[in-house]
Design a protein around this ligand. Structure first.
Ligand code: ADP
Ligand code: ASP
Ligand code: MG
Length: 288
């Protein structure tokens, strides 16, 4: 019997048929005796839609209220996934990030995880349930709802896998692995069987949105081996893990791009001690 954390992204839960498909996949693992924790994103388009609603009211809404708003996206999906599992006679309980014991700092819209106390998750698993956790969210120790930055459900899954000491962590998405370039833009891109944390981190931080870069940092720090694979087929995916000898021979693993970049140049910065510190402190304080 293995303890498996499975994360399903927005497209993989994009409509009720897809959610039923997730339930069927979870059922297969349960049938072989595994314990399954499912982390889900909001249905595709929901988070963007909520952001648009808020920005229709005011261009810079309060970050605390944005967290309150955006956390509802994942809350819809956890309940729908639990309902889909109940429909095929599998006991399942949905949990918000807070209920799953995910405690963060108070930096709204890009909170960092402080610690996870997964006692309630373990208890529900031991009682025979599939546990479905809302990705992308947590709460501060004072009970404020926070979110973990765009793409943050990846981080929820990796962090839960570490905290639960899971045997397997699977990231299900709409492509069947990590490719040498975005396969939607470069049709000749090749799927990688495996990739090291550092290479995945570089691709992610340079714009390959297949994994949130913070989640890859977390996986490297805690040694969480994970597989990126498709929720739409059974093809083997890409294993992300510590670099091995044979992986060292590859000089270039992939190419990333990012259309959403801004470059700000400060000119005439006085060449005096303390000036750079003043600039970077202000940027740091604003968590840029
Ligand atoms: P999810 O909603 O499952 O989290 P994302 O949309 O965040 O999925 O990430 C999956 C997308 O990442 C793919 O649809 C693909 O277009 C894009 N992508 C960018 N670079 C890569 C890459 N090198 N390999 C695979 N997918 C990539
Ligand atoms: N729903 C959030 C987002 O769209 C988190 C995620 O999907 O991982 O960014
Ligand atoms: Mg994503």
């Amino acid at each position: 019997m293995a303890l498996i954390v499975q994360k399903y992204g927005g497209t993989s839960v994009g409509n009720t048929d897809r959610i039923k498909n997730v339930a069927a996949r979870v059922a297969k693992y349960r049938a072989q005796g595994d314990q399954v924790v499912v982390v889900v994103s909001a249905m595709s388009g929901v988070t963007d839609g909520l952001i648009k609603l808020a920005k229709d009211i005011v261009p810079l809404p309060s970050e605390r209220e944005m967290d309150m708003l955006l956390a509802t996206g994942e809350q819809q999906t956890i309940a729908l996934t639990a309902i889909a599992l109940h429909a095929i006679n599998i006991p399942a309980v949905s949990m918000t990030g807070a209920q799953a014991g995910i405690v963060t700092d108070g930096v709204h819209t890009k909170a960092k995880i402080h610690n996870i106390t997964p006692k309630a998750v373990h208890e529900l698993l031991d009682a025979g349930n599939v546990v479905i956790v809302a990705g992308f969210q947590g709460e501060t120790k004072d009970g404020q709802i926070t979110t973990l930055g765009r793409g943050g459900s990846d981080l929820t899954a990796i962090a839960l896998a570490a905290a639960l000491k899971a045997d397997l962590c699977q990231i299900y998405t709409d492509v069947d692995g990590v490719y040498t370039a975005d396969p939607r833009i470069v049709p000749t891109a090749k799927k990688l069987q495996e990739i090291s944390y550092d290479e995945m981190l570089e691709l992610a931080s340079l714009g390959a949105k297949v994994m949130q870069s913070r989640s890859v940092e977390f996986a490297k720090k805690f040694g969480v081996v994970f597989e990126v694979r498709s929720s739409l087929n059974d093809n083997p995916g890409t294993i992300v893990k510590e670099e091995t000898k044979s992986m060292e021979d590859v000089v270039i693993r992939g190419v990333a791009f990012d259309k959403n970049q801004a470059k700000v140049t400060l000119v005439a910065v006085p060449d005096k001690p303390g000036v750079a510190a003043r600039i970077f402190k202000a940027l740091g304080d604003a968590t840029v």
